[in-house]
Design a protein around this ligand. Structure first.
Ligand code: HEM
Length: 182
């Protein structure tokens, strides 16, 4: 997984749980990288899973909510680092509709080794609804949920997000219905 996702996670943990806990988590997780990630590097996703496990062991936080909050934070982190990839979209629907075919394709040009999820989007109901299917080798549907939420907040839109798990709780396959509220 690309280092930018790891650096987003470390940033998220620091903001949410503080410097001392961040250091403790890195020490205890026994990471090969020692928690040193560059945005362009590629690292084993297991390191992220181990750190997530430690957060959940030490704090009474719901796992799905933690993944959502991390995803929401990550949208901000990605756009801070790659603003040029999102700056031309007029609203959240425009951005989300283009994630798979435009944003992630541009990510692949920058990092040919990126492993991106498959996300098929369809606009329905005269532009008032967006249907999105998420499929990945990784169990990150709640991260996807949080990224969608982060995108809606970024554009300051009024959108309700509903998710249906299509992977029996594994988190690798889900569908989303986004509805404009105004
Ligand atoms: C609503 C918008 C977005 C959604 C729903 C989304 C979804 C995701 C998800 C769920 C992942 C984790 C990998 C997986 O589950 O298989 C991911 C990875 C990634 N996304 Fe997106 N994304 C969004 C926007 C963006 C933007 C704006 C950028 C860059 C500007 C971006 C760049 C990346 C990168 C670099 C990765 C890591 C790939 C890797 O580790 O190999 N995404 N995206």
């Amino acid at each position: 997984m690309k280092g930018i996702i790891f650096s987003s996670f470390l940033d998220f943990v620091e903001l949410r749980l503080g410097d001392d806990f961040l250091e403790e988590m890195i020490d205890v997780s026994n990471l090969k990288t020692n928690g040193a990630y560059t945005n362009v590097g590629t690292y084993p996703v297991e390191e992220l899973v181990t750190m997530l496990g430690y957060v959940l062991k030490m704090h009474a936080i719901d796992k799905d909510q933690l993944l959502k909050d991390f995803g929401c934070h990550t949208f901000g982190h990605l756009t801070k680092n790659y603003n040029h990839l999102v700056v031309d979209f007029k609203d959240a629907f425009d951005c989300i509709y283009n994630v798979d075919q435009t944003i992630h394709q541009n990510v692949l040009k920058l990092y040919p080794d990126a492993e991106l999820p498959n996300m098929r989007a369809k606009i329905l109901d005269q532009g008032n609804k967006l249907h999105l299917v998420y499929e990945s080798s990784r169990p990150f549907m709640y991260v996807a949920y949080g990224l969608l939420d982060g995108c809606v907040k970024h554009f300051d839109d009024n959108v309700t997000i509903e998710m249906q798990d299509l992977s029996n709780g594994v988190g690798t396959h889900a569908e989303f219905y986004l509805t404009r509220d105004d």
